[in-house]
Design a binder for this molecule. Structure first.
Ligand code: FMN
Ligand code: SF4
Ligand code: SF4
Length: 656
């Protein structure tokens, strides 16, 4: 006789627990190295082999586990060292060399090298915990709970920390009961629009046609966003478990994960996870010996941003060109292969197991009215602690950017005098771009806005899927709007004239303004075009494309005016409106650092032997500015270009 669901699961869990080292060192020395994409790009694979070498050299018995990303990308490469007798300690900014020293000190001298430690990850009375630092203390982790703590390629780790338990509860529930639990949790789609998850599920469940399909939208095309990728690379089974539960709730037996091809590690980790889940009977026919059957296919997209739009995504899976279609009919009624189809974002689906396991009340105990639970943001741009954060809805933008993100980092300039300290140049916060290319640019005065789908929309931006790019005083608002519009314009599928031609027209106007060739009438024209593009476009790519322009126009209008009226870029970013100049009173005539750095040989020696820049040859790469040592700081940018002082003529016979 076949085992019942609970018994079968208990058997899996027992196995899993014996395979999971845990973080507390009870099963001996374990070293967890973060090797998700962000860790790898920071050199974590070299750190990993350095750990292997030193442990072998010192003959230390240890288990090395490759984990995903904690979200603390600013401190990569990272590792947690779990040694009996000590709390597990997290280290950041590792290098192969530091790794060797760390292990020698920790294991030979019982000195945990706390100067490289971010903190302990368990309460103890020896080492302060990471949770006491501002970067961690405001976070509330649900979705990212397992990220960086388990091996994503070992299903046993996921099961050992409570994974697939929600599925066993769901199997015993009525499908309607599951949807009610999701409703009680107040879960809103985390892919951007914030549509009530339960409503979509309900429509799909009630749709009379069969078969039904489920799609996990893992396209994540927004520049600066990497939340979905991190979850896929760090905790893939949370998505798979969420998909099985969602599939059961709506009556679907097949699901697709639509991932862009540019995410090879996510594709590989998820493929392994699907295979392992199938092996254990958690995917396929009669899951855990129940009546439920569900399986998953991984579908790789070619990386078009528009394919994140649900009707375009469906067309792409069907093998057609990824172009949006008018809605209704909505996919929940008529989607993939004309059948009822539920599409949810990675984070939405990864939330499901937690809701079912811990109950709606627990999940919705944080957040604010209308937005319960937590939100995940990817902090990028001019921010000290770049990476992922998960905060309760209702946390303000200021708390996210300054308390958690650490604010805008200064520029550090080194000196060429031995022993002289580097110079620290502070930068001011200017704006935050939320919601990716369809989002908006918000100034300092709006930083006390609590984060929620509705409050963010009120500012003119959108939540989007969680991209947050911080800009400082060196970023120009007009150039930022131009940059995002260039992205949407290139990604427009071309189906609607307003989107195809309208965005091109807006881009041309913005480009002219950044070159000092704009007119004041252009500002009204931009507003008019924005309105017609919003109204005339079929999908949200076109409808939201004007947001970066409209928000910068309303919050940074004086910058547009300076570009148009004075041919001046106040942030000194727009290349056509700035010139580099060497201040004669500051130049230390013979240091020559700038000369060697200039790729176009634009720097010459003046008659008075100081250095100067031949403007016609200058390509404005800033190399000379970076090269000029901190103690002289002689290279400056000037805008408008008309204010550039005359320079002394060239010294005819320079000494080099
Ligand atoms: C141009 C465009 C790109 C989009 N890209 C994504 C994406 O990468 N991931 C995503 O989940 N949703 C994306 N969306 C939103 C989806 O169309 C859809 O609303 C979402 O996947 C629904 O899931 P949710 O209810 O869980 O949020 C995009 C929408 C548009 C218009
Ligand atoms: S709005 Fe733009 S991206 Fe959307 S369907 Fe129309 S042309 Fe394509
Ligand atoms: S401009 Fe700066 S780098 Fe160039 S010679 Fe003068 S001090 Fe040296």
């Amino acid at each position: 006789m076949e085992m019942a669901v609970k018994e079968r699961f208990e058997e899996l869990r027992k196995n899993a627990l014996s395979d999971f080292p845990g973080m507390n060192g009870k099963k001996g020395v374990t070293i967890y190295v973060g090797t998700a994409t962000c860790g790898r790009s920071a050199g974590s694979l070299e750190v990993l082999s350095s750990f292997e070498d030193i442990l072998k050299t010192l003959k230390i018995e240890a288990r090395i586990v490759q984990v995903g990303c904690h979200g603390h990308c600013y401190a990569e490469p990272m590792a947690v060292v779990s040694k009996p007798g000590w709390p597990p300690i997290m280290y950041g900014y590792l290098t192969p060399n530091r790794t060797q020293i760390l292990i020698k000190r920790f294991f030979n001298e019982e000195d945990p090298a706390l100067e490289w430690a971010l903190g302990a990850i368990e309460e103890n009375d020896m080492v302060p915990t990471v949770y006491e630092t501002p970067r961690w203390s405001k976070e509330r982790r649900w979705l990212l709970k397992n990220c960086g703590y388990i091996d994503p390629e070992n299903i046993n780790h996921y099961i050992a920390v409570g994974g697939y338990e929600g599925l066993t509860y769901a199997i015993e529930m009525e499908s309607r009961g599951i949807i009610e639990e999701i409703e009680a949790a107040g879960l809103r789609g985390l892919g951007g629009a914030g549509f009530d998850t339960w409503k979509k599920w309900d429509i799909c469940r009630d749709a009379p046609e069969f078969p039904k399909y489920l799609i996990c939208n893992a396209d994540e095309g927004d520049p600066g966003a990497f939340m979905d990728r991190t979850i896929m690379e760090s905790d893939p089974h949370s998505i798979i478990e969420g998909m099985i539960i969602a599939g059961y709730a709506i009556g679907a037996e097949s699901g697709y994960v639509y991932i862009r091809k540019e995410y090879p590690q996510a594709v590989s980790v998820l493929t392994t996870a699907v295979y392992q889940a199938r092996e254990l009977g958690l995917l396929g026919k009669n899951i855990l010996n129940s009546k439920i059957s569900f399986d998953i296919k991984i579908n790789q997209g070619a990386g078009a941003f528009v394919c994140g739009e649900e009707t375009a995504l469906i067309a792409s899976i069907e093998g057609k060109r990824g172009m949006p279609k008018p809605r209704p009919p909505y996919p929940a009624n008529r989607g993939l292969w004309e059948k009822p189809t539920l599409i949810n974002n990675v984070k939405t689906l990864a939330s499901i197991p937690k809701i079912i396991t811990y109950g709606a009340g627990k999940v919705s105990s944080v957040g604010m009215e209308g937005c319960m639970g937590t939100a995940v943001f990817a902090l990028a741009g001019k921010i000290k602690n770049a990476g992922l954060v998960e905060i309760p809805f209702g946390t303000t933008l200021r708390e996210i950017i300054f308390d958690i993100g650490g604010g805008v980092p200064p520029i550090i300039k080194t000196s060429n005098v031995a022993g002289e300290l580097p110079k620290t140049i502070k930068r001011q916060f200017k704006a935050v771009q939320i919601g990716g290319p369809s989002g908006g640019c918000l100034p300092e005065s709006l930083l006390d806005t609590p984060v929620c789908f509705d409050t963010i929309v009120d500012t003119g931006a959108i939540m989007g899927s969680g991209g947050m790019v911080v800009l400082d005083e060196d970023n120009c608002a007009v150039e930022t709007a131009r940059y995002f519009l260039e992205f949407t314009q290139k990604e427009s599928c071309g189906k609607c004239t307003f989107c195809r031609i309208g965005t091109k027209h807006m881009l041309d106007i913005l480009t002219d303004i950044t070159k000092g060739a704009g007119a004041m009438e252009d500002l009204c024209l931009l507003e008019e075009l924005a309105e017609t593009i919003k109204q005339g476009s079929l999908c949200n790519l076109g409808k939201t494309a004007p947001n970066p322009i409209l928000t910068t126009l309303s919050y940074f209008r004086e910058e547009y005016e300076a570009h148009i009226l004075d041919k001046r870029c106040p942030s000194l970013e727009c290349k056509d409106l700035v010139a580099y100049y060497i201040l004669p009173e500051k130049c230390q005539r013979a240091c020559d650092a700038c000369v060697g750095s200039c790729p176009t040989e634009a720097i010459y020696t003046r008659r008075d032997r100081l250095k100067a820049i031949e403007q016609k040859k200058c390509v404005k790469c800033a190399s000379c500015m970076d090269a000029c040592p901190a103690q002289y700081d002689a290279v400056v940018k000037i805008s408008p270009v008309s204010e550039l002082p005359e320079s002394e003529p060239r010294y005819d016979n320079p000494p080099y």
